[in-house]
Design a protein around this ligand. Sequence first.
Ligand SMILES: Nc1ncnc2c1ncn2[C@@H]1O[C@H](COP(=O)(O)OP(=O)(O)OP(=O)(O)O)[C@@H](O)[C@H]1O
Ligand SMILES: [Mg+2]
Length: 255
Amino acid sequence: MPPLIEMKGIERTYVMGDNLVHALRGVDLTIEAGSSLAIMGTSGSGKSTLMNVMGCLDQPSKGTYKINGKNVGIMSKSELADIRGRMIGFVFQSFNLLSRTSALENVEMPLLYQGVSSRERHRRAMAALAQVSLKGREDHHPSQLSGGQQQRVAIARALVCDAPIIMADEPTGALDSKTSYEVMGILQGLLAQGKTLILVTHEADIAAYASRVITLRDGLIIDDKAQTPIDAAAALARVTAQRDASDKRVAEKAS
Ligand SMILES: Nc1ncnc2c1ncn2[C@@H]1O[C@H](COP(=O)(O)OP(=O)(O)OP(=O)(O)O)[C@@H](O)[C@H]1O
Ligand SMILES: [Mg+2]
């Protein structure tokens, strides 16, 4: 079987007036199905550019990119849109939720583009929201939800099409540490369902949840290492137990 993702000599050059910006300078990267990968690197190193190419939102200037052995470089716009819809669920840093629309409708949106019937959309969006523990919040608009809840709506939206690859750009960037554990727990749970997880992060703490970390510098991969990932669910349970114990001590002192 071909690898899920195979990039060879990927370059992405932006033309800015008379200047060329070499955002990616020759990236070789193979990702196996069912694995988790964190992409790290300083600001401007090319992380989002790589994620956009990988997610078929952008095409490389040079190099070959294959998903499941199929050459993405020679696909038309509509073929790309199709592969994106079937293969990839995106979680964006800024959540990208529609503000005047309920959580449920936000999650239904990708299915609308795929022409799924209204009844089926409703059923699948309800199930995706339940999967991220947002039962009872379906009718809330984004402004009526906490940051962590909004991020979970964004994850539910990425899950609703049941795409095998989940890509997340700074999924915990705007969240406190306990909520980060919850979100990473949900994302790690997807690995157990056989999905492939690719995340961009500035934070070593977050990269620690992935089984492989690559580091970009000036548009090139300068480091690629395998590691034993931290278990987010266990980390959350530990933090919760510590907090409960300290609450209990406070209560005992008070009585
Ligand atoms: N649309 C564009 N047009 C021109 N140059 C761009 C464009 N997008 C990105 N760049 C340039 O390409 C380089 C890589 O940008 P990219 O957004 O991939 O960085 P990043 O690693 O995601 O950074 P950050 O951590 O700040 O999000 C930068 O030098 C940036 O200025
Ligand atoms: Mg970026």
